[in-house]
Design a protein around this ligand. Structure first.
Ligand SMILES: [Zn+2]
Length: 271
């Protein structure tokens, strides 16, 4: 069982009434700590740690409004990269939640809210939906975030990147992107490539030994070949000399005359 399989297992037991259900951290030392990005929604403050079941000291918690990744080199990506490179995070999870207000917001609603705070529309970015990362569904937002993290040049290919949704009422976790599956397919593809490369190298090895066998000519044969090559080179040199003699001096190039334009009859003015 891998870490997030244990997380989902503990979550299901917790939902079923087992208050002590948690992830046995000692068994997953190689997969911990975990870096997770969630929304800033205050309802997650106690709910998420409890329902995730990962010990507090093994949980690197990043938050922004709507758990949004705006780009592969964004500020949140910078934090995730440093969580892995400096804080030792082994796996990443983007965790959305139901009833997210960022998902429910429209550009008009947001503008109204900003206007009541005295924010000047003219000083805001032109594309509010893009800038604030307003999204249609929590599920799509998580999947997009996982894609951006997975393809970010800041995150190593061996780090599993998961996508989850938590029900803000019940605390039930749904695993919508299994970060291990992506790694498995990458590993199997690279395995295939290596196997192909190995068989190609075997083939080259066989060709090489065959070629080496053919090169073991008797001394006299090599001598004949060398003589034939020397003869060919001599004939080629003679031929080149004859061609040079025939060509002689190149003819002087006359400047091209300008093209003559056809005479166009001039029409008289209509009477
Ligand atoms: Zn939210």
């Amino acid at each position: 069982m891998r870490l997030f399989e244990a997380v989902l297992d503990a979550n299901q037991r917790k939902i079923a009434g087992d208050k002590n259900a948690s992830v046995p951290a000692a068994e997953f030392g190689l997969a911990l700590p975990v870096a997770a990005l969630t929304c800033i929604d205050a309802r997650l403050n106690h709910l998420l740690p409890e329902m995730l079941g990962i010990p507090e000291e093994q949980f690197i918690w990043l938050r922004n409004a709507g758990n949004i990744i705006t780009g592969p080199l964004s500020s949140t990506m910078r934090s995730l990269a440093l969580a892995c490179a400096l804080k030792g995070a082994k796996e990443i999870a983007i965790i959305g939640h139901s009833d997210c207000l960022v998902g429910k917001a429209t550009a008009m609603k947001l503008l109204d809210g900003l206007a009541t705070l005295g924010v000047d529309r003219n000083r805001l970015p032109a594309n509010l939906v893009e800038y604030f990362g307003l999204f249609a569904t929590e599920r799509q937002n998580v999947m997009r975030g996982v894609d951006l993290v997975r393809t970010s040049p800041l995150i190593g290919p061996k780090v599993p990147v998961h996508g989850l949704l938590i029900d803000i009422q019940s605390g039930r976790l749904e695993w919508i992107v299994n970060g291990y599956q992506g790694l498995d397919s990458v590993a199997s593809k690279s395995g295939q490539v290596f196997r192909t490369a190995e068989s190609a190298l075997d083939a080259f090895g066989q060709i090489g030994s065959l070629a080496a066998g053919e090169l073991q000519f008797p001394q006299t044969k090599i001598g004949e070949l060398t003589k034939a090559a020397q003869d060919w080179l001599h004939k080629a040199e003679q031929g080149a000399g004859a061609i040079e003699e025939k060509i002689g001096q190149p003819p002087a190039i006359k400047p091209a005359e300008p093209p003559r334009l056809p005479k166009v009859p001039v029409r008289g003015r209509p009477k």
